[in-house]
Design a protein around this ligand. Sequence first.
Ligand code: SF4
Ligand SMILES: [Zn+2]
Length: 99
Amino acid sequence: MGKIEREKKTIKLMVEIYCKKKHDMKNGELCEECQELLEYAHKRLSYCKFGENKSTCSRCPIHCYKKDMKEKVKEVMKFSGPRLVIYNPIELIRHALNK
Ligand code: SF4
Ligand SMILES: [Zn+2]
């Protein structure tokens, strides 16, 4: 699996954890706002100009996210990053290694 695909999976997991805890959604379901955020993040990754050579978005010099989405994704990562260890340790390790 390429880096972009892997990051898409990780962000999906993070948004799902966030939405479940914060917006009371069931496993695997997303509220409208989180669905929109996830689609946006996936789109950014698909069009990332660095492609497979990208570093993590949080360290990206461009940061192609628009302001409100950037805030939202930051909040999701802050909340769900540490929780990945409970829900998906493998993804957490990957996430840490990617940093
Ligand atoms: S923030 Fe940077 S690394 Fe992340 S998708 Fe946008 S251009 Fe690519
Ligand atoms: Zn939600």
